[in-house]
Ligand binder design. Structure first.
Ligand code: UT7
Length: 323
């Protein structure tokens, strides 16, 4: 049986670094509050020439170079994003044009912060029926365009960036198992409205098309849901935390990750954290982290890596892959 195995990683962060002190000038907040409640110190914010698809395409170029796969050889491009440049065409189609991957078909995945995990699972399913496929999967966001910069509850949390992987079929490494969930009943705890409808019959009352969030509810759900999905996945695969080389979680809040480590007894050196530098980059956070560890030679052959995430929808889950 063939599985999707990562053969190259890449990432791209906008140039501009925004610190907590910078945010003190914009909203009623403090470096002390943001650091103690979230662990975030800085985030990257996109500027001119750094649209979502620009970041995505640059991350893709790096991943393709590492994988030694020319863009023309790609069969499929998937972009996990909730902040596409346009509603139509997809960000994936923009990336295809940017990198010149004429042979590939391309589409976006919207599963909020869990989009990259959902995308890896999907890539694995494609590979299982067509092992020769070369798939580019990107998580890419410009959330700075969709947060209300006057709302201190949300604007301090998010950042922009992109991470990418190239996957192809392997019989002895790659994705081993996944465990994905959604619960649409909880949509109103974390959501972003779309623009006003042009059809008067379909117009809804809106509070602007910005990110809306019930922070404490999301926090509690994030800890519980990730803990549960990890426990179930490890149990099903007959593995324990000791069998894992590294956990790469969605980077939302260091307190969420500390609680998760505490409940599952994950040693500090097995839990990868970079939310302090980039904030919450939604679907991009896991591939950015994966590329960072990979480029520091932090992953070794046969390492068992666990990825986990939660986000708007709600969507959440965990995925195991053998490096
Ligand atoms: O990828 C998923 C995306 N979302 C998340 O991951 C969010 C998960 N939730 C969280 O990370 C946390 O709930 C937050 C960091 C958003 C908030 O932390 P908290 O400890 O849950 O604080 P809180 O919302 O209960 O607010 C406590 C106080 C409030 O003041 P009062 O009512 O106690 O007077 C807030 O108004 O902190 C105030 N507050 C702030 N103060 C300074 C809220 N935001 C800020 C701020 N600076 N930026």
């Amino acid at each position: 049986m063939n599985h999707a195995a990562v053969i190259g990683t890449g990432s791209c962060l906008p140039k501009r670094i925004v610190s907590n002190r910078d945010l003190e000038q914009i909203v009623d907040t403090s470096d002390e509050w943001i650091t103690s409640r979230t662990g975030i110190k800085t985030r990257r914010i996109a500027g001119a020439g750094e649209e979502n698809f620009h970041l995505a395409a640059e991350a893709a170029r790096q991943a393709l170079e590492m994988a030694d796969v020319p863009a023309q050889a790609l069969d499929l491009i998937l972009v996990a994003t909730i902040t596409p440049h346009m509603i139509m065409p997809s960000c994936a189609c923009f990336v295809q044009a940017e990198i010149g991957a004429e042979k590939a078909f391309a589409f976006d995945i919207n599963a909020a912060c869990s989009g990259f995990l959902y995308g890896l699972d999907l890539a694995d399913k494609y590979i299982s029926t067509n092992p020769d496929m070369k798939i580019l999967l990107i998580g890419s966001e410009t959330l700075s365009a969709r947060v209300d910069w006057q709302d201190r509850n949300t604007c301090i949390l998010f950042g922009d960036g992109a991470g990418a992987v190239v996957v192809s079929g392997s019989t002895n490494r790659g994705i081993r198992a996944s465990n994905l969930y959604s619960d649409g009943r909880l949509w109103n705890l974390l959501y972003m409205n779309s623009a006003d409808s042009m059809n008067p019959e379909l117009q809804q009352e809106q509070e602007g098309c910005y990110m809306q969030m019930s922070g404490p509810d999301v926090f509690k759900f994030a800890v519980r849901s990730m803990e549960d999905s990890i426990r179930r996945l490890l149990h099903r695969e007959n593995l324990s935390i000791d069998d894992l080389a590294l956990v790469i979680p969605h980077q939302a809040n260091v307190r969420i990750l500390n609680k998760l480590s505490e409940r599952l007894s994950i040693p500090e050196d097995k839990m990868f954290i970079n939310v302090d530098r980039y904030g919450n980059t939604s679907a991009a956070s896991i591939p950015i982290a994966l590329d960072e560890v990979n480029r520091k030679n932090g992953l070794h052959k046969d390492d068992m890596i666990l990825l986990c995430s939660f986000g708007g929808g709600f969507t959440w889950g965990a995925l195991l892959m053998q490096w």
